[in-house]
Ligand binder design. Structure first.
Ligand code: CUA
Length: 324
């Protein structure tokens, strides 16, 4: 039976969210660490089982005291030596994870239940909003320059989340009231999935993010584009957005909407997904989210706007869908 399930289990080891398909310096080190530890564990296991077979099957007769004592001493020494060797080697890898970063930092804050992102961050993120002033804000999608070690400053305004992009690096907690640091160093371009790896509330399992690793020039151009005002700042959709109070929670730069509770929507249509990795970005999904956010994401802070006339929702979704 296990032979049936093995291919299914192994199929889960690939793809954009795989630790085994390392696309970053840290994750490559972690994969090596995993396989060496795994080999060490297999080595110990086979040896111990070998001894068990030796004393019970091959030589089941009573051993004299001396050879019995030798076996016990060996049984204690052997795992100690192997585990010590693995531990000391593992410890030598740790400084690699704390190397210096280049370029401006990116701040990432775990929110309910999405990721606030800010590029070009200088200085420390604040404790309440978790992000410093001056950064270029986005959400749920982080672009990274390939081959440039970029520092991520992690925070959270309320509960603990864990920031994990398996293809790039290990997990790091986002803890309220402090700033944790992690350096991401993608080694090849690609789109990778990230998740929240610490139970944080209703939509913990729906708190994904995308990482887009691109060549440095492309990254710089992307951040410049994200810093610009919204592509469309007037029209019926924009007016309805403001009239219905959406601007109290969302910012759309170039319009009076400057709320800080929800994701910055200035370039929402440039992102691959809405609702933190849940739905592909398109007008229909934006409209569905406006109608009943809680159907898409349980525990979301945004109230439902299903009481609005359908044509108003469509107009707002049409406008947001144009904010490249
Ligand atoms: Cu955020 Cu789990």
């Amino acid at each position: 039976m296990s032979g049936l399930f093995l291919p299914i289990a192994l199929a889960g080891c690939g793809g954009p969210q795989s630790t085994f398909e390392a696309a970053g310096t840290e994750s490559a080190t972690l994969v090596t660490l995993f396989w060496v530890m795994f080999a060490g564990a297999v080595f110990i296991w086979i040896t111990v089982i070998g001894f068990a077979i030796y004393v019970t099957r091959t030589h089941p007769q009573a051993h004299d005291e001396r050879s019995g004592q030798r076996l016990i001493v060996f049984g204690a020494l052997f795992p100690t030596v192997v585990l010590l060797a693995l531990l000391s080697w593992g410890l030598t890898l740790m400084p690699q994870f704390r190397g210096p970063a280049e370029g401006p930092a990116i701040a990432v804050s775990g929110e309910r239940f999405w990721w606030r992102v800010a590029y070009n961050v200088e200085g420390e993120p604040g404790v309440v909003k978790s992000l410093p002033a001056g950064g270029v804000e986005s959400a749920n999608e982080i672009w990274l320059p390939v081959g440039r070690r970029t520092e991520i400053l992690l925070g959270s305004p309320d509960v603990i989340h864990s920031f994990w992009i398996p293809a790039l690096a290990g997990k790091t907690d986002a803890i309220p009231g402090r700033v944790n640091r992690i350096v991401l160093d993608p080694t090849r371009p690609g789109v990778f999935n990230g998740v929240c790896a610490e139970y944080c509330g209703d939509a913990h399992a729906q708190m994904g993010l995308r990482v887009v690793a691109v060549p440095p020039e492309e990254f710089d151009a992307h951040v410049r584009r994200q810093a610009e005002d919204a592509a469309v700042t007037s029209g019926r959709g924009a007016e309805l957005f403001l009239k219905n109070g959406c601007g109290a929670c969302h910012t759309v730069r170039g319009t009076p909407a400057d709320g800080a509770v929800g994701p910055d929507l200035t370039h929402v249509a440039s992102r691959r997904t809405i609702a933190a990795g849940l739905l592909p970005t398109n007008e229909a999904n934006i409209a569905a989210f406006i109608r009943t956010p809680a159907h898409v994401k349980p525990g979301v802070l945004m109230p439902s706007f299903g009481m609005l006339p359908e044509d108003e929702i469509a107009a707002m979704a049409n406008w947001l869908g144009a904010l490249q």
